[in-house]
Write a protein that binds this ligand. Structure first.
Ligand SMILES: *[C@@H]1O[C@H](CO)[C@@H](O)[C@H](O)[C@H]1NC(C)=O
Ligand SMILES: *[C@@H]1O[C@H](CO)[C@@H](O)[C@H](O)[C@H]1NC(C)=O
Ligand SMILES: *[C@@H]1O[C@H](CO)[C@@H](O)[C@H](O)[C@H]1NC(C)=O
Ligand SMILES: *[C@@H]1O[C@H](CO)[C@@H](O)[C@H](O)[C@H]1NC(C)=O
Ligand SMILES: *[C@@H]1O[C@H](CO)[C@@H](O)[C@H](O)[C@H]1NC(C)=O
Length: 437
């Protein structure tokens, strides 16, 4: 160990004395050799300085002068290349001609790049980060079709559509397209068997074509939130049987297809927050036996069907705040053996009787269930902003009212008005957990 440190120190001084360009800091590791990190340095002078040398990581954060047009980069051998905040606007076709062969990771985030560089022939590329630029288009045949090119980030650009063959033959595991202005995605776009993580959040997608995910059998995460989707083709998730997380929040859904997630028996998270749903199909979660978290906050829900949570034994969190629920059916939460949090804030509930949790009918797994005791006291209920009528019916609730939440998450003023009894008059304004019956 000591020898190693000594070795690194010696190497460090040798290198430092051989003069590292202004603004750059060298790092030396025994295995990878020299890397440099440069802050507001002169990009071409630094690269020229290292011409015909081998570095491991070359990292620029800020460039002085700003690069503008990225011209042919001097022949330096390196493996990771990061040029961030350097004002690159355009990349010349031959910019990387002398350096591309060894680059595994390319990071050009936070520039103003308008044209997509042709990376198709880069032999060892595995990750590309182009987020925060001004790219409007990814031409077909611009990406490597190797097995190791797997991570592609192009969030926060100006893409408006994804053309059919952009990803043809490409084997991505991670594709991040969030925060663009994508309105159209062609049906053949995601024919990538290897795809596991797909981020399409914050775009302008109004509809998705039929079969769009039919060739993504390994998809685990699909974020489609913050778009303008009002419906999805039936069977859209039929072949994505491994899906774990599905986010459809902040869209324009007024209703959902009953069988939307029926093939997703591994699904653990379903987010439907901020849509316009008045009703949830009674059998929506019929096969959602792995679901852990269900969020339908900020919709227009007026009721929940008696059988809605019938098979969701694994849910620990149900979020239904900011809806128009006036009552909940008796026993509606009877299958939620693992529940920890139920958020019902800002609804129109007048009462909540203890039998929302009571099982009366025998359920598939009687061992786990001893009726009456299946719900212990370790779950919390958030009720602020409901016109609660305080009488004996809600006495059972008192230990479950979340005081911690009252104290830390919302201002006291809000709490004192919203988590209090509204009727009868003698209790009006008194916090629910202070009532003595
Ligand atoms: C770049 O430099 C390396 C190492 O000196 C050399 O092997 C390689 O042929 C050069 N490449 C070009 C395109 O000049
Ligand atoms: C990128 O370059 C390859 C060959 O180097 C070529 O076949 C391909 O058509 C190019 N792609 C674009 C979009 O120009
Ligand atoms: C979505 O489209 C609308 C209308 O075409 C436009 O006003 C809005 O800026 C777009 N959103 C984004 C994120 O570009
Ligand atoms: C997004 O795209 C739409 C049409 O494709 C266009 O009208 C709108 O101006 C774009 N918005 C932004 C912020 O670029
Ligand atoms: C409850 O609704 C009110 C009025 O719509 C809103 O101002 C408040 O932020 C909501 N509270 C929560 C916790 O969502």
């Amino acid at each position: 160990m000591k020898v190693l440190i000594f070795f690194e120190l010696v190497l460090f001084f040798v290198l430092v004395s051989s003069k590292i360009p202004n603004g750059c800091i060298p790092t030396v590791r025994e295995i990878t050799g020299l890397s440099i990190t440069c802050y507001n340095a002169n990009f071409y002078n630094v690269m020229e300085h290292f011409r015909n040398q081998e570095l491991y990581i070359v990292e620029f954060d800020g460039c002085n002068p700003s690069i503008g047009r990225l011209k042919r980069i001097p022949n330096v051998t390196f493996y990771r290349f990061e040029i961030k905040n350097c004002g690159i606007e355009k990349i010349d076709d031959d910019a990387f001609a002398d350096v591309y062969e060894t680059i595994g990771m390319l990071d050009l985030r936070y520039n103003s790049i308008t044209n997509f560089p042709n990376l198709s022939h880069w032999p060892v590329l595995n990750s590309v980060y182009l987020s925060h630029n001004k790219i409007t288009k990814i031409p077909a045949n611009s990406l490597p079709k190797t097995r190791w090119f797997t991570y592609f980030h192009i969030e926060n650009n100006r893409l408006t559509e994804i053309t059919p063959f952009t990803f043809a033959g490409v084997n991505l595991r991670m594709l991040a397209l969030s925060c663009n202005n994508i309105t159209y995605v062609a049906p053949e776009t995601f024919q990538m068997e290897s795809l596991k993580f797909l981020f399409l959040s914050y775009n302008n997608i109004t509809s998705l074509p039929k079969g769009i995910f039919d060739f993504c059998p390994n998809l685990l995460i699909s974020y489609l939130d913050h778009n303008k989707l009002s419906e999805l083709p039936p069977d859209i998730f039929k072949f994505t049987r491994k899906l774990l997380k599905l986010d459809l929040s902040y869209n324009n859904f007024h209703k959902l297809d009953t069988k939307l997630i029926w093939s997703l028996t591994d699904l653990t998270l379903l987010n439907l927050e901020h849509n316009y749903l008045k009703k949830l199909p009674k059998e929506l979660l019929y096969t959602a036996i792995s679901l852990r978290s269900f969020n339908a906050a900020n919709n227009n829900l007026e009721c929940i069907d008696y059988d809605f949570f019938k098979n969701t034994f694994n849910i620990y969190m149900v979020v239904l705040n900011n809806n128009k629920l006036t009552e909940l059916p008796a026993e509606v939460f009877r299958s939620l053996f693992k529940i920890e949090l139920i958020d019902l804030k800002n609804n129109s509930l007048v009462t909540l009787t203890s039998n929302v949790f009571t099982a009366t009918s025998p359920i598939d797994n009687p061992k786990e269930l001893s009726p009456g005791s299946m719900i212990d006291n370790n779950y919390r209920i958030l009720l602020h902003g409901n016109p609660i009528h305080c009488d004996k019916n809600i006495e059972w609730l008192i230990p479950h009212i979340d005081e911690l939440y009252d104290r830390y998450d919302i201002p006291y003023e809000t709490v004192s008005t919203t988590s209090s009894c509204v009727t009868p008059e003698k209790f009006a304004g008194i916090p629910i957990n202070k009532i003595k019956f």
